[in-house]
Design a protein. Sequence first.
Length: 603
Amino acid sequence: MLAERVRAGELPPVEERLPEEPLVVEPVERPGVYGGEWASAMTGPSDAAWLQRITGYETLTRWDLAFESVIPNVAREITVEDDGRAYVIHLRRGMRWSDGAPFTADDVVFAYDSVLGDPDLFPGGRPDLYKVRGEAGTIEKVDDHTVRFEFVAPNGLFLENLATLYAADLTKYPRHYFERFHAKHNPDAPKLAEEEGHEHWATLFQAKSDVWSNPEHPVLYPWVPVRVFGEGSRLIYERNPYYWKVDPEGRQLPYIDRLVIAVIDNPETMTLRATSGEIDMQDRTINTPANKPVLARARESGDFRFFDEVPTNCVTFAIALNLNHRDPVKRQIFRNRDFRVGLSHAINRQEIIDVVYLRQGEPYQVAPRPDSPFYDEEMAKQYTEYDTDLANEYLDRAGLTERDSAGFRLGPDGRRITIAVEHIGGPSSQTDPLELVRAYWREVGIEMLNRPEDRALFEERRRANAHDATAWGAEGGGKLEPLLRTDWFFPSRFESINYAPLWMQWYETNGQAGERPPELVRRQMELYRRVRETVDPKQRDELMRQVLRLAKEFFYHIGISLAPPSYGIVKNDFHNVPEEMPASFIWPSPGPSNPEQYFIERR
């Protein structure tokens, strides 16, 4: 594909397109062959995470295949200085953007200072991973291929955070392309924005930065956009001629010429495509428990096989009561630990597992998974015993002994206690298991309303602190994830909005907004500050275990079951896909498996 363009004089030879030290990618099975199209599917623009995972995981560092170590990527090498207060990042000389322009330290500095550091573009300031004690680190250009980050105190998780998609912005903004749209770099940027129909230069900048909708945006990805959203029912991405990775034989990657992603808003139609062999490799959307037997029956006719995915969510889902509820009575009830423990004992988890999850899984609370170094069996299993007598005992102990004529318990205000559990509807929703929970809670005198919603309404209500409770997957349980995704272990990150939005806000703003949390929660916050400022892994991990012990003591939410193994499908002539990989956002599957080394060998 690219050789033809070289012969036509449209491209320089490959040796002139590669950096001095290209990254060598070890294939999963063997070195591949060039050519072919990778067919997959997505539901639409809201499903753009699939694109980010298959072609957009090009951060400064990256996770290894085992999800155990951080390894170099865009950065050739990173040197830690001053006990973790400074990080010197060495880039690859001769590396280029997809349009052939050099990728240098200027691009990283531009991304950090002019994009992440601009209040018009990021009103909330730089993301938390760049902050220590609430203060963002500084960046210095050392030379054309070296930058230095410096922090007021050690940033002990910086390298791990750089390997996540939270840090993707550092390698996303080519200065030579974007400075024309930035008012601090181009005085004519406001006029340019007006000419293109935007009221402010920042909105034009943000529109141009949507790489999935702007094919002019230079990237560092293995494939570059040719046809984007709004240009038909298929997205097309083609090989990046300046991609900076090679196989062990020195051949430029990727092997596959083209990605063709069908936009299909109906999950059932997508599954039919998969069963008929029209999808080469995919997990997203089609890998529901209900679909697996359907796909299994079609393996021979569709000429595909399964690969395993190890979940990293703590549980299939957790019920998170809003501890910062706007109603003072519900707030009082929900914050009572005995109330939460009573609701937990009222749930017949094994029946849910048998009926809904095809007998896969085991009763489990929101806790690190067994494959995590932070696994705590007591935390995982506490209060999972189905015992209505014990549930009633705890609910009585919470002071909720009065009932109405229908047998429902009354709150201290004399009104029936009713909990609306909101969740996102659809084929993978929690509607069915929550119907069972509704019946279990009815048996102990608690009225529950099962409320599936579209994502927009769900997000609107929880952002407005208008919810009683939510049902959500409780991310952050696998491998090293508890260190980085603390949302469900104490109020700290975005998903904490499910159960403690005001405490989360207090934490994020260093007490300037939100609501001061209880002393135990503040102890967790202080301990996690020490986790983030500790470079030594053993000391850091012990501090994290203290955070988790306090989470066990507080008992924030009600988990259901350990998420069972998931799966994806891959055609039999599609190679170098691992037989097993994590299913995670922190390890953005399948990105760390290096899709650029996948190849197709048609028979």
